[in-house]
Design a protein around this ligand. Sequence first.
Ligand code: PLP
Length: 373
Amino acid sequence: MTTLGPERIYLDHNATTPLKPAVRDAMIQAMDLVGNPSSVHAFGRRARRAVEDARAAVAALVGVKPAQVLFTGSGTEANNMALRGFPGRRVLTSAIEHESVLAAVTDADRLPVTPSGALALDALAEALERVEPNRALLSLMVANNETGVLQPVAEAAALARARGALVHADAVQAAGRLPLSLPALGVDLLTLSAHKLGGPAGVGAMILAEGLEPDALVRGGGQEKRKRAGTENLLGIVGFGAAARLARAELPAAATLAPLRDRLEREALAAAPLARVMGADAPRVPNTSCLVLPGLSGETQVMALDLAGVAVSAGSACSSGKVKPSHVLAAMGADAASASSAIRVSLGWTSDDAAVDRFLAAWSALARRSVAA
Ligand code: PLP
């Protein structure tokens, strides 16, 4: 859970969160469910009830009705569904989106961000003017996965909807870290992923405004109102439901990560005065810190920290394990050297003062050695 062996510290919650114990318990119980949720017999009905309980929990997390939740195989799939589900609409997005948005539609307009890492709203307004009314689809993340910087989703959505655009928000890194509501954000579609909030990987959700009908990406059976074919991932969905229920109850605890993260940054900068925190002057999710240590590549930092028993990540290597200069930091105006010398430290439900102390001891020693070298 918290450790891999007695000594290891996990500070990579934005890559994936450790499964919460109550989620594991719910999933273990669900392993004994036999039926296919589409079957009409008692076994099937019991499985269906488990799916619908989970749907209600996910709906409650984002302030919608259960019927507005479609389960998918990942956050990536939900992002693809949102962006590809409305052919004929021109996609506008930001330059700092997750790869699952950037790769879903390759001819999208990628709008710039400010040096603090938030979408430039004036650029959005201009881009909207260039698209015929009622023909745009804006996709904007709620919180960036590398910097944690919160995007002006409600403001952007108001601008976009005034031009008849549909609005999608990728809330994968925000859910469970701050209160989230589809109606309050004023968006039409919202993406969630279970494994970023204490649930299992391999299950996500597309949240839809009432009456909205994106094209199905996966076709076949009639599951998920014909919007996502394939026998439901019962275990994953049950885990997602349990994680969503807990995430909602534990939002106050998630907020307490901010002072922990702020201490980490204060002490890191005191130990390495040349270092800086990307997006520090912008509102951020409480758990994320993107630290640039000039002169030492992110990859080297990650490996040295790993040797010291502390797990963080570099660049945007959230799934591939490959490290490339961060497109997010480049879009914020960081030069190539800085964009390559960043690490992301992301806290979560397993993080405490002792974990932060371990990180600080290892990273400060590394920073001192790199200055001496
Ligand atoms: N969107 C953001 C902002 C993410 O950080 C991630 C995963 O890192 C995803 C989408 C993709 O989610 P999944 O891993 O469930 O495909």
